[in-house]
Structures are given as C-alpha cells and as structure tokens.
Write a protein of this length. Structure first.
Length: 262
C-alpha cells in the first residue's frame, strides 16, 4: 500500500493534518516560552480536563449552546421566509435588499452595543446570532429559488400538482444544496458573533463571560481552553446539521423516485 493510497483515506488524512498543526502549535509555544502569552496544547488539554469537572462549566456550555442555536434557528426560519416572499414579489425583494446589505456591512460590535440599549443582556446573544445568519440564508435561499428549473414548474402547473407536493418534489431538492451551504457558513458565524456578544454583555452562565473573566484575571490557559470548547461545539453542531440534512434529502429523493416509478 502506497503513501498516496493511505492518505486518500479521510480519517488518516485528517488525523495527520491535525497532528501537524498540533506540532506547529507546540513549536510556537516552545519558541515563545511564556505560558501567559501563548500556552501549549498539553496545557490546554489539562486545563480543559479540570474545567469539565466543574458544574459551572456545563451550565455555561448548555446556556451558550441554547442561545447560539436558538438564534441560528430563528434567523434561519425568518430569512427563509423573507427569501420565499422576495422570490414571489419583486417589489419586496427590492425593498428588503438594502436592509440585508446593511446587516452584512455593519460591524458585529455595533449591533451588540445597540442591542444592549434595547434588550436584556441574556437576550442580546440570541438576537445577534439570529441577525448574523439572516444575510447568508437569505442570499443562498434566494439563489436556490431563482435557479429552479422553469420547465419543471411549468409541468407541475400543467398537471395541476398540489402545492405541498410541488414544494416537496421540486422546490426542496433544488434549493437544498444552497441551504446546506448556508447552514455551514451561518452556524460558524453564529458561534463567533454569539460568543462575542456574551463577552461584551457579560451574560450570566455563558462561555463568553468565562472568556471575559480569563482576560480579567490573566488566565491564558483557561482562555485557550474555552476557545477550544467553542471551536469543538461549532464543528460538532455543523456535522450534526449536515448529517440530518443529508438524511432528510435522501428521504425526499427516495420518495421522488417512488413517485416516478408509480
């Protein structure tokens, strides 16, 4: 078995890549040789193993997951509905497009500070997570809707296909790749923006507040450990959403095949 054949296997390739970057991390840490400035991977692992034994760790983790994922879900639904209406009515698309552009261009910190004036600290991360995902899902969903095969829609109209069946058999398979892409990009942005909002708002029982305290007490090892938690959770939830989405797509694809054979 050649090296290229071994590296062609994803688990082996990803393990090797992870090992390489861990070695680079360790090398930089040894070069700086100041734990207060840049901690080693081993120090992060040891710190994280201590944190997971504390009840506050799990309380902060679940609270932050709830805020970020809640904001993501709300933003996804709202932006999907906005895109559907914009696809149906050109005037609404032109009306809402400037707002979407403003949301995309405005710094996250500005929205966080403004939101602090309007709503409570615990709600700001949810609102910010929701706001950040809207432009991504909006643009992707709208692109998917605008690229649906007009011939299929005309055929559905001629054969008087029911609306729900038209959505399930034509619209959903067409826009699914765009929605899946939006999920990956949007969820990552939600995590970054949501945690940033928690840091600024100092939301009680949150990863963001824990990160703020590490800065206040100059606990670099804990700051790295909490940051690692954010990265890990982002990767886990992205994998879960992609898996569930693909399962849903396969189910719809099987139903389409069955309908075509009947």
């Amino acid at each position: 078995m050649t090296i290229s054949t071994i590296l062609a296997k994803k688990p082996v390739r990803y393990t090797l890549i992870t090992a390489i970057w861990l070695l680079v991390w360790q090398g930089v840490s040894m070069l700086i040789n100041e734990e207060i400035l840049f901690v080693s991977p081993l120090s992060v692992v040891l710190t994280l193993s201590q944190l997971v034994q504390e009840g506050e760790f799990w309380l902060s983790l679940f609270a932050s997951v709830g805020r970020v994922f809640g904001g993501f879900a709300l933003g996804y639904v709202i932006s999907f509905l906005l895109a559907a209406v914009a696809h149906r009515f050109a005037f609404f698309k032109d009306l809402i497009s400037p707002i979407i552009s403003i949301v995309k261009a405005t710094p996250v910190a500005s929205f966080i500070i403004l939101a602090l004036m309007w709503i409570g600290n615990s709600v700001v991360p949810v609102f910010i997570s929701m706001l950040m995902v809207i432009p991504i899902v909006w643009s992707n969903t709208l692109a998917g809707l605008e690229n649906i095969d007009g011939g299929l829609l005309e055929m559905a109209k001629v054969f008087k296909m029911p609306t729900f069946k038209r959505i399930r058999l034509i619209y959903f398979p067409s826009i699914f790749p765009y929605m899946l892409s939006a999920s990956g990009s949007g969820l990552g942005l939600c995590w970054k923006a949501g945690i940033a909002a928690e840091v600024i708002c100092r939301s009680m029982h949150s990863i963001g507040n824990q990160i703020w305290e590490t800065k206040y007490y100059i606990q670099t090892n804990e700051m790295f450990a909490w940051t690692a938690v954010v990265v890990i959770m982002s990767v886990i939830f992205d994998a879960i959403i992609r898996k569930l989405s693909k399962l849903a797509y396969k189910r719809f694809a099987m139903e389409v095949g069955q309908n075509e054979t009947e």
